[in-house]
Write a protein that binds this ligand. Structure first.
Ligand code: NAI
Length: 403
């Protein structure tokens, strides 16, 4: 079939197998090149002896989780396991990008002599935790690092069977701000109604630290965490302009919970000499972030400003810096006063934010976005679904089941 991109309300319905493969190969190349090079003031070479050798990534098929897997494997030579939620392809329907990415990644990892396996299932369920434990026992023995990078709209609590839904809403009052989406260059006004009833608690249930804690409890009980094992989860803070819908909204409440969970998990890992961290990452186009109102407009301005300053990074550059400059560098791990790793340090630089604010004030409802990189944001969004690669002829017939 000829696979074209189809987007509905900022959500892409299709993915291209060859493009997803290209996306993964490009990230692998970048990591391989940087892992060996010296004298780059922005990205240090990999200290292989410090890197983890057995890594479990929860949500390792797209976005920050996929990059964590790529950096572990092709930076440090780690064997990796992924747990993610995917739709497989059929003769007439494309798979999720995560399925194509995982298939491509695992083929490359095996070519490089590395173990690479996945459990496709609901990471929140007891069944998936049990299957993953069995796979760890069979393939790796134990793990040195657990990355928790799930982003999901819903979660069924395995203890009660109740399903909770996460929402991206402000608290207390409606929030109105300028926004753009993936389908039009025009700036529009978006109003988001505040959370109602139990929506905040539900969002915390889905995106807070409860499931992260359950995973660590499970792995500890099964003796699957190696001594000095670390676990890392990802959070976001961002600028004041997005506070009402992000940091001070329902998702912010969940991120606060996630950040507090890191302290409790660290106590559980203390007997092993292990530690839990939250890393606050940069705003980037991923399948999860593209649907947050206001955020694509902020990202378009941020991308342009950071590109002009030579500071723009994608998921892989961010995670490479997390591993080489924070988690596995020959120095103490640098954190803020709340114990969080700050990979958003370049995004939050005072001069970057001042310039984004200046450009935000230039925007007018109904007009095209000014001085922003909407094309760059759109291209990244296309590429995470396997579209927009000049090397691929999208008019050719491809079998969606073959990669
Ligand atoms: P993403 O949508 O690219 O990746 C989410 C992953 O979770 C995918 O592998 C998906 O298959 C998996 N997943 C979702 N539901 C699942 C389930 N029930 N069972 C198993 N796997 C499931 O998202 P992204 O953006 O990489 O987010 C990962 C983390 O990074 C989130 O905690 C997010 O808040 C955080 N973050 C994202 C930022 C951004 O701008 N994208 C910025 C800072 C933090």
């Amino acid at each position: 079939m000829i696979i074209t991109k189809k987007v509905l309300r900022n959500v892409s319905l299709t993915a291209h197998p060859l493009g997803c493969r290209q996306y993964v190969l490009d990230q692998i190349d970048w990591v391989r090149q940087h892992a060996l090079q010296a004298n780059n003031s922005l990205y240090a070479p990999v200290e292989k002896k410090l890197f983890p050798k057995r890594v479990l990534v929860l949500g390792g098929s797209t976005g920050y989780g996929l990059s964590s897997r790529i950096v572990s494997a092709f930076g440090g030579g780690a064997d990796t396991l992924n747990v993610s939620f995917e739709r497989e392809p059929s003769e007439t329907k494309t798979a999720t990008p995560g399925w194509y990415n995982t298939t491509a990644f695992e083929a490359e990892a095996r070519k490089a002599g590395l173990k690479a396996e996945s459990v496709f299932g609901d990471a929140f369920s007891n069944e998936t935790k049990a299957l993953t434990s069995e796979l760890i026992k069979k393939t790796l023995g134990q793990v040195d690092l657990v990355i928790y990078s799930l982003a999901s709209p819903l979660r069924t609590d395995p203890a009660t069977g109740i399903t909770y839904r996460s929402v991206l809403k402000p608290l207390g009052e409606p929030f109105t701000a300028l926004s753009v989406d993936m389908e039009s260059p025009l700036v529009k006004k978006a109003t988001i109604e505040p959370a109602e009833g139990t929506q905040t608690e539900e969002t915390v249930k889905v995106m807070g630290g409860e499931d992260w804690t359950l995973w660590i409890d499970y792995l500890l009980a099964e003796n699957l965490l190696a001594s000095n094992a670390m676990t890392v989860s990802y959070s976001y803070i961002g600028p004041k302009i997005t506070y009402p819908v992000y940091r001070e909204g329902t998702i912010g409440a969940a991120k606060e919970h996630l950040e507090q969970s890191a302290n409790a998990i660290t106590e559980k890992l203390a007997p092993l000499g292990g530690k839990a961290y939250v890393s606050v990452n940069k705003a980037l186009v991923t399948r999860a972030s593209a649907v947050i109102p206001v955020v694509p407009l902020y990202m378009a301005l941020l991308y342009q400003v950071m590109k002009e300053k030579g500071l723009h990074e994608g998921c892989t550059e961010q995670i490479y810096r997390l591993f080489t400059d924070r988690l596995y560098a020959d120095k103490q791990i640098e954190t803020d006063s709340k114990g969080r790793i700050r990979l958003d340090d370049w995004e939050m630089k005072q001069d970057v934010q001042a310039e984004v604010e200046r450009r935000w004030a230039l925007q007018t409802e109904g007009e095209e976005l000014k001085q922003g990189d909407l094309d760059g944001v759109r291209l990244e969004y296309e590429q995470i679904h396997g579209f927009g690669f000049p090397s691929i002829d999208y008019t050719l017939d491809v079998d969606p089941r073959v990669i």
